[in-house]
Design a protein around this ligand. Sequence first.
Ligand code: GN1
Ligand code: MG
Length: 348
Amino acid sequence: LKEALAAYQLNDPSLSIEPFGTGLINRTWKLIDGGKSFVLQKINQAVFNDPAKIDKNIRIISTACKANHPEQLFVSPLPNNNGETLTYLPGDGYYRLFPFVNGSHSIDAVDNEQQAYEAAAQFAKFTAALKEVDLSQLELTIPDFHNLEIRYAQFVDAMSTGNTARVIECQKIISRLLELNDIVAEYSRMLHTRPFLKRVAHHDTKISNVLFDENDKGICVVDLDTVMPGYFISDIGDMMRTYLSPVTEEEQDLSKVFVRPGIYKAIVDGYLSGMGPQLNEAEKYSFFYAAKFMIYMQALRFLTDYLRDDIYYGAKYTTQNLSRAQNQLALLEDLISREATLKAYPFQ
Ligand code: GN1
Ligand code: MG
């Protein structure tokens, strides 16, 4: 990391460097340089093939946010020695450095309704603050990132082109995911009838992407690599996916994976607190669909990766991506079993 650090004049031999966070795609380190702390990140170029697009989007949204909502904290990448917010090291890759927000912490699983409410309110505030951004200015950092038709097609393709032994091993979960493809049909209807508006969406609203203060109040959102035009179901969906269950997507004991209705309500309420006035009727009635959409898509993505020998997410143990897919399917099954009561909220 020496060269990357030198690009930011971080040359002090006493600098401490430690791997940081639980992200699956980029590599992240926390640095402590005397009294100052930073977060250094190396961008995964197999996933983000044009990091300049990320840099451009962050510049656009940070400018808009600072102009219209100076009170809102926005963590922008710091300039390197050349004044650029993206550092390219030939033969190595792309890096950026962020200030560490003092007094902040993140969590990997939601313990209580306040955390869920606060996180949802932060993501709502984020999209609401960027209402004026011209969407045509923003780059698609990963085209079709949350396009469920395409994710489904990739899954079906992996069944014939993937690792044959794994395809056979996974027959049961494959059949169930195929059976649930009404969720894709509903997405297709949505694409054609366009009930949802495009806005600046975060596209990775997992709980670890929210900074909290010591009283569990939300400070701001981070991880802006997939910020691009999108639908609110992406953001609501990923909150539901990662906050509803008391355990993370890594949990292998499926009896611990279930939906907490109080958390569902806290997400809806928190999101409406910032975005209520902007959502249209169709959107307000689609919170439940958003949850189904994202949990199903993530189950497909993990299983597709397992069938393709873990080329996207990698795996710390052989069946990790299969087990993540099973975890997501268990969550989806429990969600679907509660459809009648959850869907009614908050429209009794
Ligand atoms: C990836 O790297 P991380 O943890 O922020 C993925 C998300 C998935 C998530 C699952 C660019 O996010 O879409 O929901 O893993 N990001 C990308 O944990 O694929
Ligand atoms: Mg991310």
